[in-house]
Unconditional design. Structure first.
Length: 130
């Protein structure tokens, strides 16, 4: 007999929210980097320069910390990245090798979006759940 007049075995809704959040976090931490990591291979800077000299490198995108490039060898195209070095002659080398290149603008996050995502949203979630 159930003396509390509650249905046995029914869990509160917030338990399912927590389980769903844990699953999503695990997928983001474990699965997505493994999938994305297979697409772009990391190389050293000397390999990148050798590829530029031998006309393997076709396009280059220079970002704050990395240089992303597409190289083609034996008809196979691959996506690579290397750490950005302090090389003042890099643009001249790329231009001389007829490589298409550009730089990505640094992404700037609005202070308001950072505040909302970092403080307001978590507090609102706790208030709604609790």
């Amino acid at each position: 007999m159930n003396l509390d007049n509650k249905k046995p075995g029914r869990k509160p809704l917030y338990v399912y929210y927590i389980i769903a959040a844990v699953i999503i976090i695990l997928l983001n931490v474990l699965l997505l980097p493994a999938i994305e990591g297979r697409k772009v291979q990391t190389t050293d800077y000397s390999t990148f320069l050798t590829g530029v000299e031998k006309d393997y490198v076709k396009t280059v995108e220079i970002q704050d910390d990395y240089i992303y490039y597409v190289a083609e060898s034996d008809g196979q195209e691959g996506y690579f990245r290397t750490v950005k070095m302090n090389d003042p002659d890099l643009v001249d080398r790329l231009h001389d090798a007829n490589v298409k290149f550009g730089a990505a603008a640094p992404q700037q996050t609005s202070i308001w979006i950072s505040l909302i995502a970092g403080y307001v949203l978590p507090i609102a979630i706790f208030i709604l759940l609790g």
